[in-house]
Design a protein. Structure first.
Length: 152
């Protein structure tokens, strides 16, 4: 049996697909539909509809809590990569970098070979002589530089 979070995620993804990549939902209405608490909806959105998974979420308080979710257009890999580069921030952990790279491969934005190269270039092993927090700063810089070079 599927977990409630999985069911809610699938429902929201279907809504997004049916509306060409963008929806606006009301947290309380969705919670009522699934007979769950609004925090369950928040959990699903916060964990399953993140920037690294290719979504842009905007939340507005009041009036039941409207949430806009927009899927980044990955039909044009350059758009998706540029979205990631601009939203990544100045620091990134090895675990987060691997999530990004795996998503790039899943969305066919990069090849498996390019993914392996990116993982090697941003691994803790390569950055072993660098201390924290500089390691995560350098890792973000390397990833952004490589992704930007792929846009050309």
């Amino acid at each position: 049996m599927a977990r409630m979070s999985d069911i809610i995620e699938a429902f929201i993804k279907q809504l997004i697909n049916d509306t060409n990549g963008s929806i606006e939902i009301q947290r309380n209405e969705l919670a009522g539909y699934f007979k769950c608490v609004p925090s369950q909806i928040n959990y699903v959105i916060d964990t399953r509809f993140t920037t690294d998974r290719g979504y842009y979420v905007e939340s507005r308080r009041g009036g039941g809590g409207h949430i806009s979710i927009r899927r980044v257009n990955i039909s044009r890999p350059g758009n998706y990569l540029m979205h990631i580069v601009t939203s990544m921030g100045g620091s990134i952990s090895q675990q987060s970098v691997e999530v990004f790279i795996n998503n790039f491969m899943d969305y066919n934005v990069i090849s498996a070979r390019e993914g392996l190269i990116l993982k090697a270039a941003t691994s803790d092993r390569v950055l072993s002589g660098v201390t924290m927090p500089e390691k995560d700063l350098l890792r973000a810089s390397i990833l952004k530089n490589i992704l930007t070079s792929l846009l050309v």
